[in-house]
Design a protein around this ligand. Structure first.
Ligand code: MLT
Length: 237
């Protein structure tokens, strides 16, 4: 089996992903928020690629139990029920709800994988559960780091490196050069994930905007057993 890694969504064509097993990582904060929402009882999460589409489908679909979540430049979008802080997706708020979510990079990366066979939503929070699920599929794996504006982001690639190391402990995988590079990053930064994120470009922006608690929350490794899976435009656990 083979593992390939895309440092950002900008380097991958959506048709290349057709019928493949894909992983999307946006540690800060979209995939961490989605894992949290599913873990706290959301019925489903619908990631979308534009604010207009989010508003369009949140109306009367899903039996009136829809929450609209999303951010622009990390801040909650006006008129939306929630922003993109994982700490907002509490059981009281999301249980039995359908969450339509738009984020600047993470949900766009997810939408790009809509022709995949299945796309796993991964972050530090569900690293071990994701690795076990993926190893059990016996499939080649394409990992996409959501990054920032189609550029590299450190926290997503460190997370990818740790995921690849776990996969190699669970099965026999050959890995691409990009996957080897991510392992080096994981070896370098894996011992202090919170510190690494505070010093990353996106981490600094979150700190400036008052989201220090989110960085702390998103740095916890393998604390969730939830493996959200994006198939047919909807994420279910
Ligand atoms: C994104 O998709 O760009 C992020 O999740 C932004 C954020 O921190 O809310």
């Amino acid at each position: 089996m083979k593992i390939n890694l895309h440092f950002s969504p900008g380097t991958v064509d959506e048709l290349y992903l057709s019928d493949r097993t894909v992983v999307v990582i946006d540690v800060l904060r979209a995939t961490s928020s989605i894992i949290t929402a599913m873990g706290n009882g959301a019925q489903e999460v619908i990631p979308v690629g534009s604010i207009e589409f989010a508003m369009k489908i949140s109306g009367n679909l899903f039996g009136g139990r829809t929450l609209l979540a999303g951010e622009r430049n990390t801040i909650q979008i006006e008129g939306f029920n929630l922003g993109n802080s994982p700490l907002e997706f509490t059981p009281e708020t999301v249980k039995d709800k359908s969450v339509v979510i738009y984020t600047t990079n993470g949900t766009k990366a997810l939408v790009k994988t809509r022709f995949s066979e299945q796309t796993i939503v991964c972050a530090f929070l569900n690293l071990q559960a994701s690795a076990e699920y993926l190893a059990n599929t016996g499939k080649d794996i394409e990992i996409i780091c959501a990054g920032r504006n189609n550029q590299f982001s450190l926290e997503d690639n460190v997370c990818a490196g740790l995921l690849i190391k776990l996969l190699q402990s669970l099965g026999s995988y050959s890995i691409s050069d990009s996957a080897s590079a991510a392992i080096l990053l994981a070896n370098n930064y894996g011992a202090d994930i919170s510190g690494m994120m505070q010093n990353s470009e996106h981490g600094k922006l979150l700190l400036e905007n008052g989201f220090a608690a989110d960085i702390d929350y998103c740095s916890h490794v393998s604390v969730s057993q939830i493996v959200p899976i994006f198939i047919s435009n909807i994420i279910k656990a």
